[in-house]
Design a protein around this ligand. Structure first.
Ligand code: AMP
Length: 145
């Protein structure tokens, strides 16, 4: 019963405190050349980052592997594609999104298949991210408290 109550409290936990705010999230713009996106990815040390438009709406995710795949020719890398192609040409638009007011339970379920979730508002404006790491850390705190 105590365990049940504990779990119920956990599943109703507010997501807001776990969100890494937009200002701290490395991201790129739709029209940035792939070269710029690769630089941001390498400098930030992340393998996948969000793609936004100038009004900060979320459009997709870009990764090292998507960029490398898009510049791969038949026998060698076609390096000129790094400046000829833009992020929107190669980004992944299938993005796991969550609203700030969604339940912890939904975040936990989505995080099974995604290392991070993008947090947006009703206008699809990007607010930040929720990482699997922070979700699991909260679960661990609950289980050990
Ligand atoms: P972590 O749990 O810190 O390893 O983060 C998981 C994933 O979330 C990373 O591989 C990145 O794709 C993304 N991520 C975490 N923090 C940031 C950040 N500050 N800016 C951009 N992406 C991030």
């Amino acid at each position: 019963m105590v365990q049940h109550l504990k779990n119920k409290t956990l599943m109703e936990e507010e997501l807001s405190s776990l969100i890494i705010p937009m200002e701290k999230v490395a991201h790129v713009q739709l029209k940035n050349p792939l070269e710029h996106a690769l630089l941001v990815l390498i400098k930030s040390g992340y393998t996948v980052i969000p793609v936004l438009d100038p009004s900060l709406k979320l459009h997709g995710m870009i990764s090292h592997s998507l960029i490398l795949d898009s510049i791969l020719g038949v026998e060698q890398f076609e390096m000129e594609r790094l400046s000829n192609q833009i992020v929107s040409d190669v980004m992944n638009t299938d993005v796991p999104v969550i609203k700030r007011e969604d339940t912890f339970s939904r975040a936990l379920n989505l995080s099974i298949n995604h290392p991070f979730l993008c947090v947006v508002n009703d206008k699809n404006e990007f607010l930040g991210i929720l990482t699997r790491r922070s979700i699991l850390a909260l679960v661990s705190r609950f289980l050990h408290s």
